[in-house]
Design a protein around this ligand. Structure first.
Ligand SMILES: [Zn+2]
Ligand SMILES: [Zn+2]
Length: 1009
């Protein structure tokens, strides 16, 4: 199919067909071209494909520009691993130009893999026309956006405590931090800070022992109540918050935080010199008594609250930690060690000096680098920020007009995220990224450059050929354009957060505003984006932030958030667990359509989805294979009868034809509504139900009309249903749908067709009667199964109880036929199907009536049980032998009519009359014979239309002999025999076939006539 599509240029044909139609805009959230694509990529991509295909068939022009996220840490890390690098120094020694070349090559390699899997999954995203965030054009557009932020005063350099990865040597944004939380156990400890002018110690709690080296103050809450308690182990008194002291302490004194402020203590470590401004108690608002001791140690270099308090209190910032996250030479014993790795030795040192009161493991959720897994530290550094908090109200307001699927994301996950918005740290001290377009002269004047042309003008040369990446862009310097300044300006070294790149895609993918501006302006905002749910803190957020800040508007209207996929047991798929499902394996063994169908039809897309091969196989079998079988059935008989479509809509009179066309219309309407509402599961479920109805009711009931009657209206009806089903299926399973559609219509492709319209007035009466009929058939089948009467044995009658539901003759005929009964009779109540006897409850009546109970017993036995039951049901009592008896006085015993097999459901029931006479038995045998002969036709390789001459040896099979006599012509018709002889055939031979009919041996000889 793919080869065929390629050959006829189908993708371009579809594009051209809808050109000029009203657009329906899809934005591709660019996959990070790093690592081979996995099943979860296919999961997201098929949803990105479903709705654009649907809208295209609805007549919209749907651009599907692909995109690749090329920059950023993930790519750098991959190359570092390849080259065996551990630190940024290694990269600089290797050479930034060479390093970035390798990053570029790596991206190109993976892009190829992604393009291939995209095509194989029948996902129509245009990978040939994709945007690459590494291209000069893309980078230039990002610069333009940065400049817009700069002009609005929304770009800021600040020394702040930021989440920082020591291994990667760069700060992370809050949404990156949110991606990497892990449950870990850290040491938590209570430490003594001895007061210098008193024989008491402050009790301080911390979970980051390594920060104690940089301690400059201890913070208390001014109004918090503190206590001074005796140390149970005989040490100096301890001071802590009253609320944290517990009950079994001996309180020596009570005081408030205010009493403690200004007092000096001996710092736990003195590697770093500190003057009198430090080592004292200060008051701070953030101190609480929720955990710890109510006294917080302050290390301003490593905590945002600490830093703010230090600013207010004029405390120094002591930072002995380098950009690689290790202690520097000022802390000699720990020099070169990653700070968190020094925790144990620091604790041991405190313990030796009697300063450790208690330690315990502390389990908490701690942020790690989402790419390399190193625990992050909070570290004071200079970074560039987008001041999203200044526009928080706009972000929140725009969120209100986005349609989220599922809806709860708006005020849940995403709304919460926006409510806690912090400024976006966008600078990265790295190499492979969009360079921050800011140049600074030695006087400290900053120039933000918004285009290559502008940079060229400043530099005084044509930069049209410049690779905008590092290190080449770093070589461009210019004279500071500030008035009265002529110092050299050089670029600040950071690159931009790669999430800024992807958030810029609506305009940058069209090289806005440098290329044709309409391409962007006509495609903004998007009607539809779709990614996994974690993008609420990733792309969904950065897209909203960049575009709201620059263009004042949300860049997307509808967003579908997918849950994550897990294995069949609900476990996350990972290489180490060995439970990863390779999408290529699924494509090769089940086909892409099976996987797609399973993704759409077997569960909600919003929650974690279990994926197993068994599940995929089962989903495909249930619906796709069933549909294929219906198609084969149709094709076989259309071929036999020489039927071909006339192009006219069928004008059915037969109830089954009318019914199935109505069902089709209802299905078209339901699938359309579901897909309009981005509800793949509901759409797929309606479609699956229709395929089931088509196969297990329409075709099943209509077989004779194809098989014997060559009914042209039936052919036309089934053809119409299959064509429309193929169209409805097209966005879900593009390959199968196209195979069906082209075979049925001879047209070029289902994907060039218009979505079917539900046009007819549905006959609701017929629909509900057919439902009634099918429900009664279900009960009748259950009754037959229960009584173990084989399906082919005709039975005299079925009695139907279906209160409140009508049944027309047309539908009755189908029910009788399907249940293989001669007559259907309606009954008014169960009374016709069951009998009841009412007997005394001796436990209740014995003591009350004494010996008279026997009279009652006889009277009950003599009365009609069903009338007694009815009276009891209706009036709550019966009068027998002069006694009034209530429900507790008697016992009602139900007995099924012995000639009936009964199945009940609620107030409904079907009873099959099992009483057989010879005529019915003979007919049953004749049907068995037909079934066996038709099996035999297949076994010997006859074509469906072959006529045969038939000879049966029934000399030792008297029942079969009688059946042949009674039903000769009917049997001939059912097995396409031009003649049917009975004769003694002598010993078995290769062309004689013995068959077993109801325990009798019949020998068959048949020849093509
Ligand atoms: Zn890292
Ligand atoms: Zn200057």
């Amino acid at each position: 199919m793919l080869a065929h599509w390629r050959e006829i240029g189908l993708f371009d044909q579809v594009k051209n067909l809808r050109k000029g139609s009203p657009p329906w805009v899809f934005y591709e959230g660019p996959p990070t071209a790093n690592g081979s694509p996995g099943l979860h990529h296919v999961w997201a991509r098929v949803f990105k494909d479903l709705y654009p295909r649907f809208q295209t068939m609805r007549g919209r022009h749907v651009p599907r520009k692909g995109g690749w996220d090329c920059h950023g840490l993930p790519v750098e890390l991959e190359i570092e691993k390849e080259l065996g690098f551990h630190h940024k120094d290694d990269i600089e020694a290797y050479g930034i130009a060479k390093f970035n070349d390798r990053c570029r090559e790596s991206v190109q390699r993976y892009v190829g893999d992604f393009a291939e899997i995209t095509q194989r999954a029948a996902v129509w995203i245009d990978t040939k026309d994709a945007y690459w965030t590494l291209s000069n054009d893309y980078i230039e557009s990002v610069w333009w956006l940065v400049r817009r932020l700069w002009d609005q005063g929304l770009l800021d350099e600040g020394r702040r405590v930021v989440p920082y990865c020591g291994r990667c040597g760069t700060a992370l944004s809050s949404h990156e931090v949110a991606l990497g939380y892990r449950e870990v156990t850290d040491p938590s400890m209570y430490v003594r800070f001895p007061l210098v002018d008193d024989d008491a110690d402050l009790l301080v709690w911390t979970t980051t022992p390594w920060t104690l080296i940089s301690n400059v103050a201890a913070a208390v809450g001014a109004d918090i109540a503190y206590v001074r308690v005796r140390d149970a182990r005989g040490g100096r008194d301890l001071i802590m918050a009253a609320a944290r002291a517990g009950d079994d302490v001996e309180v020596v004194a009570r005081l408030t935080g205010r009493d403690l402020v200004g007092r000096h203590y001996a710092r736990p470590f003195d590697y770093l010199p500190l003057d009198d401004t430090g080592g004292r108690v200060v008051a701070a608002d953030f101190v609480s008594t929720d955990d710890g001791s109510g006294i917080v140690h302050l290390a301003p270099a490593f905590g945002a609250d600490d830093m703010e308090t230090a600013r207010v209190e004029g405390l120094p910032v002591l930072n002995p930690v380098g950009p690689d996250g290790t202690f520097d030479a000022t802390v000699a014993p720990y020099r070169g060690r990653f700070v968190k790795d020094a925790d144990e030795d620091i604790i041991a040192d405190l313990d030796r000096r009697g300063l450790l009161v208690r330690r315990q493991p502390y389990v908490h959720s701690y942020p790690h680098c989402w790419r390399c897994g190193t625990p992050l530290i909070y570290w004071a550094k200079t970074a560039w920020f987008v001041r999203t908090t200044a526009r928080q109200a706009d972000l929140v307001g725009q969120n209100e007009i986005i349609n989220w699927y599922p809806e709860h994301i708006r005020h849940g996950r995403f709304g919460d995220w926006l409510a806690k918005n912090v400024d976006w740290a966008v600078s990265r001290d790295r190499y492979w990224g969009t360079p921050l377009p800011i140049w600074r002269c030695v006087e400290g004047h900053d120039t933000c450059v918004g285009s290559v042309a502008e940079l060229g003008e400043l530099a005084g040369r044509d930069l049209g050929d410049l690779d905008l990446h590092r290190p080449f862009v770093d070589d461009v310097t210019f004279r500071c354009p500030q008035a009265d300044c002529s110092a050299r300006a050089t670029r600040l070294t950071p690159v931009l957060d790669a999430w800024f790149d992807s958030g810029s895609m609506p305009s940058a993918q069209h090289h806005y505003p440098f290329a044709d501006r309409r391409a962007f302006e006509e495609a903004f905002p998007a009607d539809f984006i779709c990614e996994a749910i974690d993008q609420t803190r990733g792309w969904f957020y950065t897209l909203l932030a960049v575009n709201t800040l620059v263009f004042g508007e949300t860049p997307y209207r509808n967003v579908v958030c997918l849950g994550h996929i897990v294995d069949g047991d609900g476990q996350k798929m990972s290489k180490s667990r060995g439970n990863v499902i390779d999408p290529w394996h699924i494509f090769e063994s089940f086909g892409a359509d099976s996987l797609r169908w399973y993704f759409f039809a077997s569960g909600s897309p919003w929650t974690s989805r279990r994926v197993s091969e068994e599940g995929i196989r089962e989903a495909a079998r249930k619906t796709l294979l069933t549909l294929w079988n219906v198609f084969s059935f149709f094709a076989t008989y259309a071929d036999l009868d020489g039927w071909s479509p006339t192009g006219e809509s069928p004008r059915p009179t037969h109830a089954l034809d009318r019914w199935v066309l109505d069902r089709l219309d209802v299905t078209i309407a339901a699938v359309t509504e579901a897909l309009d509402d981005f509800d793949a599961l509901t759409g797929a479920t309606h479609l699956a139900t229709f395929v089931d109805d088509l196969s297990n009711w329409y075709v099943r009931r209509s077989r004779p009309r194809f098989w014997k009657a060559s009914d042209a209206v039936a052919h036309a009806t089934l053809h119409h249903c299959l064509v429309a089903t193929a169209q409805l299926l097209a966005p879900f399973c593009p390959f199968l749908a196209d195979a069906l559609y082209t075979a049925l219509t001879g047209e070029t492709s289902v994907h060039l067709s218009d979505w079917p319209e539900a046009g007819r007035d549905v006959d609701r009466t017929l629909a509900s009667e057919m439902d009634v009929g099918r429900r009664l058939v279900g009960l009748g089948r259950a009754a037959r199964t229960e009584a173990r009467v084989r399906v082919r044995q005709p039975l005299r009658r079925a009695l139907l109880l279906h209160p409140g539901a009508e049944l027309s003759d047309d539908v009755r005929r189908e029910v009788a036929d399907e249940l293989n009964v001669k007559v259907l009779e309606d009954v008014e109540s169960l009374a016709g199907l069951m009998s009841w006897t009412v007997v005394p409850n001796f436990k209740a009546l014995g003591p009350r009536l004494g010996p008279r109970v026997n009279q009652v017993k006889q009277a009950l036995a003599a009365a009609a049980g069903s009338e007694l039951k009815q009276a009891l049901d209706e009036q709550g009592f019966i009068e027998v032998a002069g006694e009034r008896l209530g429900p507790d006085d008697v016992e009602v015993r139900a007995r099924e009519h012995e000639d009936f097999a009964l199945a009940q459901e609620g107030a409904w029931a079907v009873a099959i009359d099992l009483d057989l006479d010879d005529a019915l038995r003979l007919e049953g045998t004749a049907r068995e014979l037909v079934r066996a002969l038709n099996d035999l036709r297949r076994v010997v390789g006859l074509a469906l239309s072959d006529r045969i001459e038939l000879c049966l040896d029934v000399s030792s099979a008297p029942r079969s002999a009688a059946a042949v006599d009674a039903h000769r012509d009917w049997i001939k018709g059912e097995v396409l025999a031009v003649s049917l002889e009975t004769a003694s055939l002598g010993p078995a031979a290769s062309h004689r076939h013995p068959i077993d009919i109801d325990g009798e041996r019949v020998v068959v000889e048949l020849h093509r006539s």
